[in-house]
Design a protein around this ligand. Structure first.
Ligand code: HOC
Length: 383
């Protein structure tokens, strides 16, 4: 039952039971042997806290500013495709929950609902950003961007880690027939025999490059954020290109296998930005593997501006609809307040690198394949 869900992993366990097999395969799959997907979460366990005692922590303020907008909490609903695979109403369920908790929502290009349905579901001064897959036909992209800006979106997140689709074998094995309806920009000339991801992604332009950034800047006044940056060199290049932010992300472990976790890349990026005095020139977001508020707090200590959460909210929605996402967000908020108290930090601004020990994270990689892979990749023959 809903009340028996005490953390984000509990929703995942319920979703796995109740979702259609093909839908579960699409949401849960990662690339190849799913090593990066697992590492995304595991990397947080390599960071330990160095809390401060005897700080007056009666009042905790979790508010922050992201891309110039005041937000009540530093996590956001990141873009995930095909919301109707999990719930008949799709992404608007996430919009409603985000409103209830004053959480920012990133609208996915590959949503099951239309953009306007998601934009219409927005209430009051709720903040939404747009995630963009860049179409081979730039006029389509231009129209999407202009429309989103006109309808009040406050940030443009251009996905840059997917010039080609990663191999999600779990998804490929499931013979996909229902793309969750209404997928935008995908066209209908699609091959549905190799999983959901392949079916919806053929319009995406693999020729997208740094040369396109000035064009994006010329067509919108929204802050521009590159989503899927994976090393400090590209963060520096994004600053030089005039981008407002980057998301350190490997696409939930669904694209390049053995790409590093976002949190590890964050630990590489922040010292270099600080050394150059560039940390105010660009906002650094991170996603991937976040399941606990302690994960969020660790990223904030390292210097992240905001933390994206994708699958957990999809699972909560798939398991219990709006009530599920509502509870998932509340649980995270409660965890966050409690853990900030236990660390001895009363505001997001007080979270800093001295509150964490990152030696375990920075010790390099063993190259050992996690034992649960058993050489079978993502395939579970017992399922
Ligand atoms: C080459 C395009 O984000 C997913 C979605 C869609 C991926 C498109 C990749 O399944 O991760």
């Amino acid at each position: 039952s809903l009340e028996a869900c005490y953390n984000l992993m509990d929703f995942e366990a319920v979703a796995r039971q109740v979702m259609k097999k093909t839908a579960w395969a699409y949401y849960s799959s990662g690339a190849d042997d799913e090593i990066t997907m697992r590492e995304n979460h595991a990397a947080f366990h390599k960071i330990w806290f160095r809390p401060r005692i005897l700080v007056d922590v009666e009042h905790i303020d979790m508010s922050t500013t992201m891309l110039g907008t005041k937000c009540s909490i530093p996590f956001y609903v990141t873009a995930t495709a095909l919301g109707k695979l999990g719930h008949p109403e799709g992404e608007v369920v996430l919009t409603r929950a985000a409103h209830q908790h004053n959480v920012v929502q990133m609208i996915p290009t590959l949503a099951s609902c239309s953009f306007d349905e998601i934009l219409d579901a927005k209430q009051g001064d709720q903040v939404q950003w747009l995630q963009l897959y860049v179409n081979k036909d730039r006029e389509i992209t231009r129209k999407i961007v202009e429309h989103a800006e006109k309808r009040g979106c406050k940030g443009l997140f251009i996905t840059v880690d997917a010039p080609q689709l990663g191999r999600r074998e779990k998804d490929m094995r499931s013979k996909f027939s229902d793309p969750g309806s209404n997928v935008q920009s995908g066209g209908d000339n699609i091959d549905r025999s190799q999983g959901a991801a392949r079916a919806i992604s053929s319009f995406i332009d693999p020729a997208l490059s740094w040369k396109d950034i000035p064009w994006f800047k010329s067509i919108t006044n929204m802050p521009i954020v590159l989503k899927g940056v994976q090393c400090v060199e590209d963060v520096l290049r994004a600053v030089e290109a005039g981008c407002d932010g980057v998301v350190l992300s490997n696409h939930g472990g669904r694209q390049l296998e053995t790409a590093r976790s976002g949190i590890e890349v964050l630990a590489e990026v922040m010292p270099v930005l600080r050394e150059r005095g560039w940390e105010k020139r660009i906002e650094i977001f991170v996603d991937g593997g976040v399941r606990r508020a302690t994960d969020i707090i660790k990223a904030l200590c390292l210097g992240a501006t905001g933390i994206g959460i994708g699958r957990p909210f999809l699972y909560a929605m798939s398991a219990y609809g709006l009530d599920g996402v509502d509870r998932a967000m509340q649980l995270l908020k409660d965890e966050m307040e409690m853990n900030m108290r236990l660390i001895g930090a009363t505001s997001v601004a007080e979270l800093n690198p001295s509150l964490i020990d990152t030696r375990g994270l920075l010790g390099g990689h063993s190259g050992v394949v996690p034992s649960d892979t058993l050489g079978l990749g993502a395939y579970d023959p017992l399922q």
